[in-house]
Design a protein around this ligand. Structure first.
Ligand code: SAM
Length: 157
């Protein structure tokens, strides 16, 4: 199974770039996992929040194939413990899903069309994180899930 993480705009803060890079490298020992970055809108300042979400949504939907299993990172989604998330990933890996696509929204979240396309919403907490910060939290949890499935000590130390 191929796993893709769609992001809106590059990660800018150095500490987040370093952290995300570190966990992406680690994840790739276990999983074919690729981040795909959608360019930030050049005319963002002239658009309303709703228009920005709409435009970003069009760019997200363009990347998706009809057979993709699309999981939106969303604070109002389903939440799991790290062990439960690991089991959830294991199920996805044995199902015949070609591409498992996770999407982190832009600063204002997702358009209604993106919500309509999604298979599931996944929450990492009831709290709201910035669209940049959540990247690091998510890749760390993905790495943790992979180590749990392999019975490695990372989760227990
Ligand atoms: C600043 S948040 C957007 C908040 C926006 N008001 C909304 O209703 O979605 C930016 C993105 O970060 C991600 N995000 C933030 N907090 C999250 C959480 N607790 N769980 C999962 N994803 C989260 C989501 O993908 C969200 O679209």
């Amino acid at each position: 199974m191929k796993c893709v993480l769609i992001l809106v705009g590059k990660t800018t803060d150095r500490y987040l770039v370093d952290g995300v890079t570190k966990y992406l490298e680690r994840i790739n020992h276990y999983l074919n996992f690729e981040p795909l970055i959608i360019s930030e809108l050049k005319n963002a300042k002239s658009l309303t929040f709703e228009q920005q979400k709409e435009q970003e949504g069009i760019a997200i939907l363009k990347i998706l194939s009809p057979s993709d299993d699309v999981i939106l990172l969303d604070e109002k989604g389903q939440s799991y413990t790290s062990e439960e998330f690991a089991s959830w990933m294991e199920k996805k890996m044995v199902e015949s899903t070609k591409r498992l696509v996770f999407v982190i929204g832009g600063p204002y979240g997702f358009s209604s069309k993106v919500y309509e396309r999604a298979t599931q919403k996944l929450s990492l907490s009831k709290m709201t994180f910035s669209h940049q910060m959540i990247r690091l939290l998510f890749v760390e949890q993905m790495y943790r899930a992979m180590t749990i499935l392999k019975g490695e000590p990372y989760h227990h130390i």
